[in-house]
Design a protein around this ligand. Structure first.
Ligand code: FAD
Length: 507
């Protein structure tokens, strides 16, 4: 039946796509619905750190144990999504060494391998570090690409027969008495609404999970917590650099792809879509960052962005940095007598596979589906949109080395072409020039290859340029202000971008 699935998963972030893969590998007939593109929620707006768990070793020991377990598994099963950079925890002249002792004890208890190195050795490896550092420890932190990870989960699941639809929003939950029966889903490209039925809904909508729960008449108290991150135009450390102190604002640098991501902050918000950064956020972060990397102002900032943590606050739970980074599985039958739906909230991207495993086990028990999770053994399909040995080496995006073949692969089977979606799969426009040239080359390429109309291409360009601008404007001073003027010149004088013919945006 086209409109019936055993399980429907709502949310195409790391958690939802991870569940889709887990269930698909068990042979369960399942469908995932995502209102935007996969990984446009928090899983595409995070720090990019595959935690070793060391950050949580003192305050959240259970989380620390889960992180190190998952860190090891993901390095094995998803090598195309993970870069094993290694990490350092560094105590500066300002930091209390009594904390280091507690931290070492916590890491030992969680099973996190820690090796002390001398400040001199650390400075040889990371010459940009402050000269007054007192203690340095090596940990198995790494960088992880959330966009690629979610796409890899979807591709792995599709290979096993599961379905995933992006740009499809769940606008209501269908109930019969106390039983959840399905969803009303709206295709945001065609505008068509459809009823889709199932035996079980898994609400994996992250910071939006409370809104989905409300559609079914149940309560999931999510306190959205916003974190701002800034991006520098190149990598300037080899390792992930963490400040050795209780987790706070502006204490982690992650070398990620061709850039460095630095952050973050933690502020309660009311809206899961509240993902803009301000100049004040950026300045406050830089103030902290200089304590680890004193010459930070000499490095060009290219953008700032924010993500919203899906922190779950059952009665009496903490908020912000005091809320647990553990995840919770809520069975609405036990909580509120509503059958046919569970919600999974909280956690971290690093622990998405573990969360998916736990939810899938739980749901399969209810649905009497035999078998067990194999996601810790089975490699992810993560080799897509990569430079192939036989690719024509003509780069449309030089910063990120994106070829025509990669652009074609990125839109294969897609119902709409969006440069932002292509960016998530290929990193087009994510490097130092922030799409100043490759945006137009890619638009021209698609126009020719996919026979797009002029107004369709103009809409595609405008959407991408606006999205890039959202991240650029909070960091517009110094070198980046000069760069922005060059970009503006290209947009307005060469391309007349503000006067182009428009279509409705659905390309
Ligand atoms: C600033 C910041 C930094 C972080 N850094 C790290 C880090 O370095 N390492 C780490 O491990 N973790 C980190 N985290 C935590 C981690 O990013 C999140 O825990 C994780 O990405 C949450 O994934 P998710 O799939 O649960 O939610 P999301 O990725 O937000 O996915 C939920 C999806 O549901 C979709 N959705 C919502 N409503 C509907 C609807 N009605 N219909 C269909 N779809 C819908 C949304 O569009 C969204 O894509 C960070 C978080 C923040 C905010």
């Amino acid at each position: 039946m086209g409109n019936w699935f055993k399980v429907i998963i709502i949310g195409g972030g790391a958690t939802g796509t991870g569940i889709l893969r887990d269930l698909a590998l068990r042979g369960v007939d399942c469908l995932l619905l995502e209102k935007e593109d996969f990984a446009t929620g928090t899983s595409g707006r995070f720090h990019g750190l595959l935690h070793s768990g060391a950050r949580y070793a003192v305050k959240d020991p259970h989380s620390a144990e889960e992180c190190i377990q998952e860190n090891k598994i993901l390095k094995q099963i998803a090598p195309g999504c993970v870069e094993d950079t290694g990490g350092l925890f560094v105590a500066t002249g300002e930091d209390d060494l009594a904390y280091s002792e507690k931290w070492l004890e916590g890491c030992k208890n969680a099973g996190i391998e820690v090796q002390e190195i001398s400040p001199q050795e650390a400075l040889l490896e990371e010459p940009r570090l402050a000269k007054n550092i007192k203690k340095v420890y090596r940990v198995p932190d790494a960088a992880i690409d959330g966009f690629r990870l979610c796409a890899a989960n979807v591709r792995s699941a599709e290979k096993k027969g599961a379905q995933a639809r992006n740009y499809t929003e769940v606008i209501d939950i269908i109930k019969e008495g106390n039983k959840v029966k399905g969803v009303i889903a709206k295709d945001l490209v065609t505008g068509k609404e459809e009823e889709i039925y199932c035996d079980m809904i898994i609400n994996a909508a992250g910071a939006w999970a409370g809104k989905i729960a409300a559609m079914a008449g149940v309560d999931v108290n999510i306190v959205p917590d916003k974190g701002v991150l800034v991006v520098f135009n190149h990598r300037f450390t080899k390792n992930v650099i963490n400040r050795l102190r209780p987790p706070g604002d502006g204490d982690i640098f992650v070398p990620h792809g061709s850039v460095t991501i630095f952050g973050t902050t933690s502020r309660e918000t009311t809206d899961p879509e509240d993902n803009g950064a301000t100049k004040e956020d950026v300045l406050a972060l830089l103030g902290e960052g200089r304590k680890l990397i004193p010459d930070l102002d000499e490095i060009r900032l290219i953008r700032a962005f924010a993500g919203v943590r899906p922190l779950y606050q059952p009665d009496g739970g903490g908020t912000g940095r005091n809320a647990t980074r553990d995840f919770s599985l809520i069975d609405h039958e036990k909580e509120a007598g509503i059958t046919g739906m569970v919600s999974v909230v909280g956690g971290k991207l690093t622990t998405f596979r573990l969360m998916a495993n736990a939810v899938s086990d739980y749901v399969c028990t209810i649905l009497k589906i035999p078998g067990e999770s194999v996601t810790d053994q089975e490699p992810l399909v993560d080799d897509f949109c990569r430079l192939k040995p036989n690719s024509k080496k003509e780069f449309l995006c030089q910063c990120e080395q994106v070829t025509e073949d990669m652009l074609l692969e990125a839109v294969e089977g897609k119902k709409r072409i969006s440069l932002s979606d292509v960016r998530r799969l290929t990193r087009l426009g994510m490097g130092p020039c922030q799409g100043t040239f490759c945006t137009f080359r890619a638009a021209g390429f698609y126009q020719k290859q996919k026979k797009l109309s002029v107004s369709q291409v103009n809409a595609m360009l405008e959407e991408h340029v606006q999205e890039r601008w959202k991240g650029n404007h909070p960091v517009l001073w110094g070198g980046q202000a000069q760069e922005a003027e060059i970009t503006r010149g290209v947009y307005l004088s060469l391309l007349n971008l503000d006067k182009l013919e428009r279509c409705d945006g659905n390309v």
